[in-house]
Design a protein around this ligand. Structure first.
Ligand SMILES: *Cc1c(COP(=O)(O)O)cnc(C)c1O
Length: 357
């Protein structure tokens, strides 16, 4: 009765994790209550917080001199939190490769002299600017970019070349591919794409960047305060943190991020190869910049796109409608999407093409 759910976020979670959560729902480890009914300061939940933190560190190989924070407000809240904590000189550069990157830049403008170092807007964000040709200003506090562009289906494969602090939004590709955390000053991610239910935001920040927040930084957005309190300054998102812990355990038991990357590359290649070899479907993203996680595609016209989405849904392949900024379809194939789901999608695409060409 489970469908293949291609939603961009909130999105599909691993079935074994949902089954574990179901088992724990009424009675978590003999406490006689659910994790969502107990104090966040009690021993049981403190263990969840600590284990989730330790497992994420292990999975992403996060160095000792970084803090891992579990906060709320979504990735969108980080668009403000980043400049409020890091823009000590009120000057930063942004690379605009999509909708969320642009929103982060526009939020940043409220706090300082922010500039666009590069943008692919003129081509409707169908590519990532060549990092060898992008120059940054002197005296900037950081360079911000969106690692994976969820709506437009592109991703960075080369990091910006700069000595300035790198800040990246990894909401839609955290834990999907191996990343060298030590190259970054700060990584943030809304958890609802690749990790957990909505409500949790992950912040990974180099410790020497803490403690320099702008005077107007709200207490709740101050990383140093969240860090000092082990993410328990106020009531944290207990339930998503618990699910995140289960997802981290599941990833660890299944080979960790390198194993995920291998499967994700295989899934994405299958789908892109099929689209590229078809004269019916089309993906407009520059080949070397294509996302492993979000695959937008179109059929020959908008009426057929609508028919595709409707008939796919009836076949148990759901949430394939593209974002309104792009149209067509989008298959989000996060860690939790099994390879069988991608195969089922391709089979459906073949059948739909035969019936409608
Ligand atoms: C979904 C998404 C966001 C917005 O996340 P919220 O948690 O809803 O604020 C920001 N950036 C990227 C890359 C996303 O995919």
């Amino acid at each position: 009765m489970r469908v293949f759910n291609f939603a961009a976020g909130p999105s599909t979670l691993p079935l074994p994790v949902l089954e574990e959560a179901k088992k724990d729902l009424l009675d978590y480890q003999g406490t006689g209550m659910s994790i969502m009914e107990m104090s966040h300061r009690g021993k049981t939940f403190m263990e969840v917080n600590a284990e989730a933190n330790a497992l994420l560190r292990e999975l992403m190989n996060i160095p000792e001199n970084y803090s891992v924070l579990f906060v709320q407000g979504g990735a969108s809240q980080q668009f403000a939190a980043v400049p409020l904590n890091l823009a000590v000189n009120r000057k930063a550069d942004y690379i605009l490769t999509g909708n969320f990157a642009t929103k982060a830049y526009e939020e940043g403008l409220k706090y300082g002299d922010m500039a666009v170092a590069a943008s692919s807007k003129e081509d409707n964000f169908t590519y990532i600017p060549d990092m060898n040709n992008v120059k940054f200003r002197d005296g900037i506090d950081y360079v911000h970019f969106t690692y994976n562009n969820t709506i437009f289906g592109s991703r960075f494969t080369t990091l910006p070349k700069t000595d300035a602090t790198l800040v990246t939004d990894m909401s839609s590709n955290i834990l999907s591919e191996v990343v060298d955390v030590s190259k970054f000053g700060l990584i943030y991610a809304g958890a609802q794409k690749n990790v957990a239910p909505a409500g949790l935001t992950i912040v990974i920040v180099k410790k020497d960047l803490l403690g320099h927040a702008l005077p107007e930084c709200p207490t709740m957005l101050n990383y140093a305060i969240q860090d000092k309190n082990d993410s328990l300054y106020n009531t944290p998102p207990c339930w998503p943190m618990y699910i995140a812990m289960l997802v981290f355990r599941y990833l660890k038991a299944n080979g960790g991020v390198p194993a995920m990357q291998k499967i994700n590359e295989e899934k994405a290649k299958m789908l892109y190869d099929f689209i590229d070899n078809s004269s019916f479907y089309k993906n407009n993203v520059n080949k070397k910049d294509r996302s492993l996680m979000n695959v937008p595609f179109v059929s020959p016209n908008a009426d057929l796109d609508a028919k595709f989405v409707k008939e796919a849904t009836a076949s148990g392949l759901v949430s394939l409608k593209g974002h309104r900024l792009v149209g067509g379809m989008r298959a989000s194939i996060y860690n939790a999407m099994p390879i069988e789901g991608v195969k089922a999608l391709i089979d459906f695409m073949k059948k739909f093409e035969t019936e409608n060409r």
